[in-house]
Design a binder for this molecule. Structure first.
Ligand code: NAD
Length: 476
């Protein structure tokens, strides 16, 4: 049985309760884990607060050294960790390998910043004084993570937090705790000191983290409704919050685009991770002359995405993570079809004995999806893509911005003026121009509108795990 990790000790829930983690491809039990609650969060927060007193005072280059060593140890275990992630989450082994690799790389990337970000000297009018702006870590930080990318989204929070000298109470999604535990175990085995990262499990621990008085900052990746609840609860104690929430990223393809490259990016963007990604091509707007050839290419690509158990070598798309999640996407597709949409590809469940016990779904492309359909107005968190023909860039931009969300966005065109206009006008935290939707370590990532606020990745994320303090030295 897996355990939680508090002060580097493997621990059961104080209540003694447990729950099962199941494989979305087979329905089989993968492991039993502790069902933690408020008491366990309290223990973890106390441990993190104790560790903060020493971790925050370490010389930054020493912290960097410890984190690099821990990351190297974790990266040496990618092949062990990937199948654990596939079994609990459903994604293909290739996707799990990429994710596990990203976890270790992210720790190393922020470790590099630990001793490079600094404050500044400020000259003051009275020459017997001088001013400084120093950066200090915040304290204990809460990291709350969803099930779609359990490792990368945990690393996005843990890595900048601990590199900046904070300590963490981490809560993975209830259904995907196992690979995260394996990663943290590997960091500890590689020398991460006790209490720096503590892991609690169980559905109620998220709320307990947000409400705990010792926890000073909350970083949540999750749905927009959860973001609203977390922000409201965090307001009680005026905690800092970073909210990475839902998205419905538009993609505009103009007639002069490289359609082969666009089709590849759209296919990866919509079907990677069985469509369960925040950054994903979720609404496609295609100019008239590009429409037919692009649809042909997209359908050809979708037809190659064989659904299957993520552990099987020939699977190109794992199952959906839960039955509820699949039912939600199926209902969104049905809503579009009921309103008159035309199914260009997929639209159902794959058939065969191997699909009987898992939450499999076909990659799906729909055209003529009428205005007002759920696929346009809601986040579609699965492998189904609504497509619409547009006359010109004006129409594309108007439709793209007609959304409550503002996470990612993309445009494909050979015209730099059109690309530049899209970059200026698309209401999103990220715009890719003729490029695959990949969130780079180097660039700050985060949403606008109801996709949340605050940044992960980049120097900006590191800074958000520090507080600025002004200092005046007198009598000099
Ligand atoms: P979710 O909001 O249901 O849960 C996310 C995490 O929050 C889980 O660990 C959950 O246990 C916890 N949680 C739930 N209610 C809570 C509360 N009241 N207080 C504190 N914690 C609470 O989301 P999900 O279904 O696990 O993930 C899918 C959603 O995440 C999608 O909307 C997706 O777009 C979004 N997402 C966003 C990003 C991003 O970076 N913007 C990345 C990935 C996923």
């Amino acid at each position: 049985m897996a355990t939680m990790i508090i002060e580097n000790e493997r621990t059961k829930a104080a209540s003694g309760k447990t729950y099962e983690v199941r494989n979305p491809a087979t329905g089989e039990v993968v492991d039993e884990v502790p069902f933690g609650d408020v008491a366990d969060v309290d223990r973890a927060a106390q441990a993190a607060a104790k560790a903060f007193t020493t971790w925050s005072k370490l010389a930054p280059n020493k912290r960097a050294e410890i984190l690099h060593k821990a990351a190297r140890n974790m990266l040496a275990k990618v092949e062990e960790i990937a199948p654990i992630l596939t079994k609990e989450q459903g994604k293909t082994l290739l996707e799990s390998r990429i994710e596990a690799q990203r976890f270790g790389e992210n720790i190393a990337w922020f470790a590099d910043l630990a001793d490079k970000v600094h404050g500044e000297h400020v000259a003051l009018p009275d020459k017997t004084t001088y001013g400084l702006v120093v950066r200090r870590p915040i304290g204990v930080c809460g990291a709350i993570v969803p099930w779609n990318f359990p490792l990368t989204l945990a690393a996005n929070k843990v890595a900048p937090a601990i590199a900046a000298g904070n300590t963490v109470v981490l809560k993975p999604a209830s259904t995907t705790p196992l690979a995260t535990l394996a990663c943290i175990e590997a960091l500890i085995e590689g020398g991460l000191p006790e209490g720096v990262v503590n892991v609690v499990l169980g559905p109620a621990t998220g709320d307990a983290i947000v409400g705990h008085p010792l926890i000073r900052k909350i970083a949540l990746t999750g749905s927009t409704p959860t973001g609203r609840k977390v922000m409201a609860r965090a307001a009680d104690a005026l905690k800092k919050v970073t909210l990475e929430l839902g998205g419905s990223d538009p993609c505009i393809v103009l007639d002069d685009a490289d359609l082969e490259a666009a089709a590849r990016a759209i296919s990866v963007g919509r079907f990677f991770n069985c469509g369960q990604a925040c950054l994903a091509v979720k609404r496609l707007y295609v100019q008239e002359a590009a429409y037919a050839p692009l649809m042909e290419k997209l359908v050809a690509r979708a037809s190659k995405l064989k659904p299957g158990n993520g552990l099987d070598k020939d699977s190109r798309m794992g199952p959906m993570h839960t039955d509820t999640q699949r039912a939600e996407v199926e209902a969104q597709v049905k809503d579009a079809v009921d309103r008159g949409a035309n199914v260009l590809y997929g639209g159902g469940r794959p058939k065969g004995d191997e699909y009987e016990n898992g939450w499999f779904i076909e990659p799906t492309i729909l055209e003529n999806v009428p205005d007002g359909a759920r696929m346009w107005t809601e986040e579609v968190f699965g492998p189904a893509l609504p497509v619409r023909k547009i006359k010109d860039l004006d129409e594309g931009l108007r439709l793209a911005n007609d959304s409550q969300f503002g996470l990612g966005s993309s445009i494909w065109t050979g015209n730099m003026a059109a690309a530049h206009r899209a970059v200026s006008e698309l209401e999103a935290g990220y715009t890719w121009v003729n490029a695959l939707q990949i969130a780079h370590d180097e660039l700050p990532f985060g949403g606008t509108k109801q996709s949340g606020f605050g940044k992960e990745h980049g120097v900006e994320a590191f800074l958000q795990y520090t507080e600025e303090k002004s200092v005046v030295y007198g009598g000099v």
